[in-house]
Design a protein around this ligand. Structure first.
Ligand SMILES: [Zn+2]
Length: 421
């Protein structure tokens, strides 16, 4: 597989730091970002790489030559004038699926797993996607549960609630996507190439917690340098076991109000967003694990339950926090009520205190359960933690319940998270 790196950027937003080098040569913890990219690609088995250049291209070519010093084979395409994020693609003679990436990203991820996903869905494009700490001012993807992209939300003018899912700037693209694409000048990848292809149903988001971050502003550069110094990019690879904090929903993350069947009734518990943000920063996966029999009981439909979780993500995102996963048991065992959904009235293996949700999350996200916590406000949550082999944590702040004797007890999520620092 060939990689195409869009390295033509001027790095205008970094201009206050240095203006004698193009952005790809900008050092991140002492190593130019392009060197980091080429090394990371080689580690994933990609050695055929096209570097699309524009600004100060001679400096780049002089520095990397044919790439042999780094064990890769480089081709250059110099744009006569800036062609945007897609204008050069039809000019590169791409005959097979290729990896396209922005030149300002620091990353470390398991490419084989992403490629497997891409092939399984026979996708025209598979976009590496993740939640971020500022969804309110990011362009976001709208998806179905299996990852199929149904729309793009612009930076401005979003609906009241949305999924926190951002295109990270890395994608696997099929040359079939470029058929009939011959822009006369600059073109935008999202607007001109991906958005028109959404209707094919073959644009997918590959959701991953692995490390992909841009260093395109002084603040982001500082953050990436901190992460690199802490070894976070490598630790976040999905082939490494991860630590998670599983979070019950009602009474733990949001204020306990019994069954919630209307998004407007969901309100964050005091301090919960800051606590989740701290989990994000500490490198724990923050994974929601919740029993929601509201659909089974006929209290709302699946779309509304989705909107309730979109609202939760929107409220957390407004405070710089995000969930890495949302796992829901929609089932309920007792049959015979008016308006219920019979297909969900089953004795499943995922309704807490059964460990099914946590076991599924652990398998999908490669979580080491013995290094993880299950936090909730009920004996049911404590039981779930024990049954899954996690450390259970009980919170006093939710549903009024007697405190269990044999587990750690805290006033609220923030008090527990402080002990992890
Ligand atoms: Zn279930």
């Amino acid at each position: 597989m060939r990689a195409v790196i869009l390295a033509g950027g001027k790095g205008a937003r970094l201009a206050g730091l240095r203006d004698d080098i193009p952005k790809p040569l900008f050092p991140v913890a002492g190593v130019p970002v392009l060197t980091r990219q080429l090394t990371a690609l080689k580690n994933e088995g990609i050695t055929q790489i096209t570097v699309v250049t524009c600004h100060m291209s001679a400096l780049l070519e002089a520095r990397y030559g044919d790439g042999r010093d780094l064990g890769v084979s480089l081709r250059y395409y110099k744009e006569p004038a800036p062609l945007g994020t897609a204008g050069a693609l039809p000019l590169l003679d791409l005959k097979e699926d290729f990896l396209l990436l922005n030149g300002d990203l620091v990353f470390d991820f398991d490419l084989a797993s992403m490629l497997e996903f891409h092939k399984k869905h026979n996708a025209l494009a598979t976009l590496f996607a993740h939640p971020n700490a500022h969804p309110f001012d990011s362009a976001l993807l709208q998806t179905e549960e299996n990852g199929r992209v149904t729309g793009f939300l612009p930076k401005e003018g979003k609906p009241a609630v949305y999924e926190n899912l951002c295109n990270a700037g890395i994608g696997i693209l099929s040359p079939a996507l470029l058929k009939d694409f011959s822009p006369d000048g600059p073109a935008d990848l999202d607007r001109d190439l991906l958005l028109p292809a959404v209707s094919t149903g073959r644009i997918y988001a590959y959701k991953s917690y692995e490390y992909v971050k841009d260093m395109g502003t002084p603040e982001r550069l500082a953050a990436v340098e901190r992460d690199v110094a802490a070894g976070l990019p490598r630790l976040r690879r999905r082939d490494r076991p991860q630590r998670a904090v599983f979070l019950d929903r009602d009474g733990t993350v949001n204020v306990y109000r019994g069954f919630i069947s209307d998004p407007a009734c969901l309100e964050l518990a005091p301090g919960a967003a800051a606590a989740v943000r701290k989990l994000n920063e500490l490198g724990y996966l923050a994974v929601l694990a919740t029993n929601q029999p509201v659909v089974a009981r006929g209290l709302c439909d699946e779309r509304t339950l989705c909107d309730i979780h979109r609202r939760l993500q929107t409220l957390l995102g407004a405070e710089g926090a995000f969930l890495d996963g949302i796992y829901v048991c929609p089932h309920h065992p007792d049959k015979g009520f008016p308006g219920e959904a019979p297909e969900l009235k089953i004795d499943c293996d995922c309704r807490k205190p059964k460990p099914g949700l946590l076991l599924r999350a652990a398998a999908e996200m490669h979580i080491d359960l013995s290094a993880s916590y299950m936090v909730g406000d009920t004996a049911r949550d404590v039981g779930t933690g024990k049954n899954a082999g996690c450390t259970p944590v009980f919170l006093r702040c939710g549903k009024p319940e007697p405190e269990p004797a044999d587990v750690a007890v805290f006033d609220d999520l923030a008090a527990f998270v402080r002990t992890l620092e």
